[in-house]
Design a protein around this ligand. Structure first.
Ligand code: ADP
Ligand code: MG
Length: 303
């Protein structure tokens, strides 16, 4: 189990995190969300042991994570980190990058394991390619496979699918999280993409103003986002009489006490996203059809 206890951190005088406490059980995934600059990457680096912790503690089972003042080499065998800037060996093949830390004394094992991981990240046909000739997304997949190679007990992922195009993203995501579940690997994933969270994370924390402001299951946070910041993570929303509503929770009706004027409609796939003005504020709602600017309509809220 990962335990973060009352953790605070500052880069010299710039306080970034204040009094964070949370736990992640074996095999569970925790998503960390927050605006850019809210300290997500810093938190992962602290858990990894990249910095010395002056206030608070981080534990994995009964081992305390210590920083460079105590460890000659940063990091621990049981923990792997895929950072936002992944450092691979550019002039070496994909398979050699993945197998880098696997023992060469068991060549058959090594090959089997490398092939298994190539499959997880869907790079089988790139095995012999040099990493320098890969796209950003493909490099990210090599970094993920390499982190899994030595079967860590806990994996730290910093925006792990950010470079991967949408064609591949969903299947890769399923493949990685399935692998983590089957192998009971704990995971802390920092992300600004709701698709990394919904359907995959067991718990989620929201970093805001240096603190954990919300900690709950993704489902409960989605259903009761509490802050506009949190709602915005999941999609377009409106604040009406102090309540937060997602775009699909506002419905156009024949008549109601809420009258609004369309500003613009945006094609959104299954529906149109309608931006409108209500009580001199913007609201967003989903509608089956496009509505022309300046049209008036009535809507009701449903929760
Ligand atoms: P996030 O990953 O949520 O975008 P970061 O953890 O990268 O946030 O950054 C949090 C804050 O710490 C930001 O204000 C950033 O400018 C600052 N920061 C990040 N890394 C360093 C560093 N190595 N030295 C000094 N300040 C840093
Ligand atoms: Mg970051």
């Amino acid at each position: 189990m990962l335990q973060v206890k009352n953790l605070s951190f500052a880069y010299s005088t710039n306080q970034v995190l204040k009094g964070l406490s949370f736990e992640v059980n074996r095999g569970k995934t925790l998503a960390v969300i927050g605006e850019s600059g809210s300290g997500k990457s810093t938190l992962l680096k602290l858990i990894y042991g990249e910095f010395d912790i002056k206030k608070g503690e981080v534990w994995w089972d009964n081992k305390q994570i210590l920083g460079p003042a105590f460890n000659l080499v940063v990091g621990y065998d049981f923990m792997k980190f895929v950072a936002q800037e992944f450092d691979l060996m550019p002039y070496t093949s994909v398979e050699d990058n993945i197998g880098k830390f696997l023992s060469r004394f068991y060549p058959e094992e090594k090959e089997k394991r490398t092939n298994e991981l190539l499959k997880v990240v869907e790079l089988e046909s790139f095995a012999k390619k040099k990493v320098k000739n890969l796209s950003g997304g493909q490099k990210q997949r090599v970094a993920l496979a390499r982190a899994l190679a030595k079967e860590p007990e806990i994996l730290l992922l910093d925006e792990p699918f950010s470079h991967i195009d949408n064609f591949k993203k969903q299947s890769l995501r399923r493949s990685i999280y399935e692998y983590l579940k089957i192998n009971q690997i704990s995971c802390v994933v920092a992300t600004h993409d709701k698709n990394d969270v919904l359907g995959f994370a067991d718990e989620m924390i929201v970093l805001h103003k240096k603190e954990v402001v919300i900690k709950d299951s993704p489902e409960r946070i989605y259903n009761d986002p509490k802050l506009p910041l949190v709602a915005s993570f999941f999609g377009e929303f409106s604040v009406i009489e102090g309540q937060i509503y997602y775009a699909h929770q506002l419905k156009i009706v024949q008549r109601s006490e809420h009258k609004a004027v369309v500003k613009q409609s945006y094609f959104n796939g299954n529906t149109w996203l309608v931006q409108a003005i209500y009580n001199s504020e913007y609201i967003f709602l989903e509608h089956e059809f496009e509505i022309q600017p300046k049209s008036e309509f009535y809507f009701k809220v449903m929760k």
